[in-house]
Design a protein around this ligand. Sequence first.
Ligand code: FAD
Length: 347
Amino acid sequence: MPTPKWTLTVADVVAETADAATIVFDPPDTGDCAYRPGQFLTLRVPSDQTGAVARCYSLCSSPATDKRLAVTVKRTAEGYASNWLCDNVRVGDRIDCLPPSGVFTPADLHTDLLLIAGGSGITPMLSITKTVLARGRGHVVLLYANRDPEAVIFAAALRDLVNDHPDRLTVIHWLEAVQGLPNDQTLARLLAPYAGHDVFICGPSLFMRSARSAVESFGVPRSRIHIENFVSLSGDPFVDKPVDVDQVPPAAADKPQQTAEVVVQLNGDTHTLTWTRKDTLIDLLIAQGIEAPYSCREGDCGTCQCMLLDGEVDMDTHGALDEEDIAEGVVLGCQARPASDHITVEF
Ligand SMILES: Cc1cc2nc3c(=O)[nH]c(=O)nc-3n(C[C@H](O)[C@H](O)[C@H](O)COP(=O)(O)OP(=O)(O)OC[C@H]3O[C@@H](n4cnc5c(N)ncnc54)[C@H](O)[C@@H]3O)c2cc1C
């Protein structure tokens, strides 16, 4: 089954700051552009050197309040795609992308949320905030860290949202030029009153590490902490991969039995499948026509994360996972191949 693709028309380009621009798209021709707040598009960015590169950009638009789709791209120093997009995209351009994807999204819109964003990490948070305020009953506290006032993306939009929802939205700006770099202790002191909220963290890696330590220090359990890593994809998800690969990976080659039984719990359904050792879990689910979450299929984006409840898998790369994730049994469906005869996973 080929990966579905969209071609979107650029409806507007808005300069947000000196180094960030929002690209607004008309909805796809099919008209079906359902997405959840916090999800991202994967854009295909042309390149003279390689033909194209693929990069993910979180939707800053809200499915509740915006007719059009929008992403905001911040220039990365020495980066390729972000600079290309900021320099070249014009109204009327057509850009290939993969449909919205990702699991950095609240389970429901009525839960109180603590959103911790640094720099361009604000993009999924704006979508989540707008959607919760429009469709849910939850309270939102947003801590938003930036270098200085000029670097703050969406300053006016956030001000308007606070004015419209003063009882449900609190925005705390952290400016490094004024307050210095935030660390575990300063963040913990500031955010401890919100220990009962579900936490979403996105920003530069050091900032995310401090934010995570801070919320863990006042007892937020791992299951209520959601993290989005803004990494560049290394592969090209626009090229369909054959499901039936010829090469059996070395780890699987040693195993005498060539198939395993896997029980997959997904969206309230339970599927019992025969899993060939040379295929990844996502290869298997795609081949079976089962709609599992995935995007890059390189281990980079973390969309296909699931929990290993029973059995063992081998992973080609641990990509988006950290040691704690792995110790807790989180696996990447696009990297996992069977290493025992019976396996149970839950998405
Ligand atoms: C889920 C997710 C959501 C994200 N959301 C956002 C967002 O909302 N906003 C945002 O700004 N970022 C976001 N990102 C980050 C974004 O995807 C990119 O990682 C970021 O823009 C940096 O990409 P870059 O190509 O500019 O930089 P780099 O990836 O650092 O560019 C360097 C890379 O490009 C290659 N390269 C250099 N020149 C060329 C060339 N001519 N042709 C081909 N390759 C070349 C180099 O070999 C090197 O690998 C998100 C990432 C993820 C995973």
